[in-house]
Ligand binder design. Sequence first.
Ligand code: PGA
Length: 253
Amino acid sequence: MKQFLTVGNWKMNTSLSEALTLAQAIKTDLESTIMPDVQIVICPPFPWIVSVSEIFMETNIKIGAQNISSQTIGPYTGEVAASMLSDICEYVIIGHSERRQSMRENNETIGRKVVTAINAGINPILCVSERQSNDTEGVIKKQISSALVNIENPSQLIIAYEPVWAIGTGLPASPSEVAEIIDNTIRPELRRIYGNLPAANTPILYGGSINHSNAMEFLKEDSIQGTLLGNASLNPKQFSRIARLTAEAKIST
Ligand code: PGA
């Protein structure tokens, strides 16, 4: 059974009081909506994770981290280990293109992070992304195969396809382009590694300039199981709307 997700990545935004106000607004907006088939995940900045998780305590909204260390414990100043998050976070974003670019994270480091997340019982949301290049397929396949090289069972895995040029630019990819990349590149690569069923069951999200007006066009594509939202997740009304649209698009299918 496929899972559908709406994931909000707050990135390095919000003060503590803004984070609490935003979380409370999302909770109020979604509290009365029952969406058993759509998992909502909020990924606040590290310092606000505990306070935000308290707001969502009695709800179905889960908490995710935006990153974890590739190491498990020890003298790694400033790093946060998966085991430190596992009581609070059920999800973690790994390999976001902003980290691949500005923190120079490579496929090998990202692969280690996926292992530490899974060992700590946290579901990795592995981001795969490409710049406008002539070898989209090759770049994405390599990102997938190297991130999963030490993962035998992908049952916890979620993949988010996010073209670099679409992130934060207001210029999303076209829904049919995204569906094509998922159908012809991402899922076949998962199938090659794990076989038909695990590949079919892995949720694949799209991220990059999604808002409440364009979300439905993406959600209507069978190949896409949800969205990873940056800017739209900072606006509680937009975020809740997109979560509801996900339920509407996917539950009727
Ligand atoms: P955006 O960011 O929605 O602001 O384009 C998406 C992301 O970085 O995941």
